[in-house]
Design a protein around this ligand. Structure first.
Ligand SMILES: Nc1nc2c([nH]c(=O)n2[C@@H]2O[C@H](COP(=O)(O)OP(=O)(O)OP(=O)(O)O)[C@@H](O)[C@H]2O)c(=O)[nH]1
Length: 133
C-alpha cells in the first residue's frame, strides 16, 4: 500500500505574467530541481491554509485563501509515496518573495518553464501552465 501525500503548491504570477520557481537546496530530496512554492498539508489544515503558511515561511510573503484560485493538480507515484498536489494560481500577495530557506528563486516566463529541470510530478504541469498563463 502506498501512502498518498497531499502537498499544496502555487504558481505565483507577477505583473509580467512570469511564474516563480524555487530550486530545492542541497541536502533535500531532489536537490537542484526547480519546483513551485508550497509544501505538505498538515493534519487539520486546508490546502489553502497550508499554502498561506508555507508562503510566509518559505518566501516571507502574505496572501489569503481568497487569492488562491484552483488551477490544476499533479498525481504522481514516487517510489515511496504517491504525491497528490493541488496547484493554485495566485496574482495577489503582500511583500517581495525572498529565499528564506536557502532556495534560489527565479521568475520564469511560461514558455521557458521546460528549460528548468523539475521533479517528475511537475512535468505534465508545464504545458497546462503554458496554455493557461
Ligand atoms: N512544493 C513542492 N513540492 C513538490 C513539487 N513537486 C514535487 O514532486 N514536490 C514534492 O512534494 C514534497 C513537498 O514536501 P515539502 O516541501 O513539504 O517538504 P520537503 O521539501 O522537506 O520534503 P522532503 O521530505 O521530500 O525533503 C516533496 O517530496 C517534493 O519533492 C512542487 O512543484 N512543489
Amino acid at each position: 500500500m502506498t501512502k498518498v501525500v497531499l502537498v499544496s503548491a502555487v504558481a505565483l504570477i507577477d505583473r509580467d505574467g512570469r511564474v516563480l520557481l524555487a530550486q530545492r537546496p542541497e541536502g533535500k530530496s531532489m536537490a537542484g530541481l526547480w519546483e513551485f512554492p508550497g509544501g505538505k498539508v498538515e493534519a487539520g489544515e486546508s490546502p489553502e491554509a497550508a499554502l498561506v503558511r508555507e508562503l510566509r515561511e518559505e518566501l516571507g510573503i502574505e496572501t489569503w485563501n481568497s487569492c488562491l484560485a484552483p488551477l490544476t493538480f499533479a498525481s504522481h507515484a514516487y517510489d515511496d509515496f504517491h504525491l497528490l498536489m493541488p496547484v493554485f494560481a495566485c496574482r495577489k500577495w503582500e511583500g517581495v518573495p525572498q529565499p528564506k530557506e536557502g532556495q534560489v528563486l527565479d521568475w520564469v516566463r511560461p514558455n521557458k518553464l521546460r528549460d528548468y529541470p523539475m521533479p517528475p510530478a511537475d512535468i505534465p504541469l508545464i504545458p497546462i501552465l503554458r496554455d493557461w498563463l
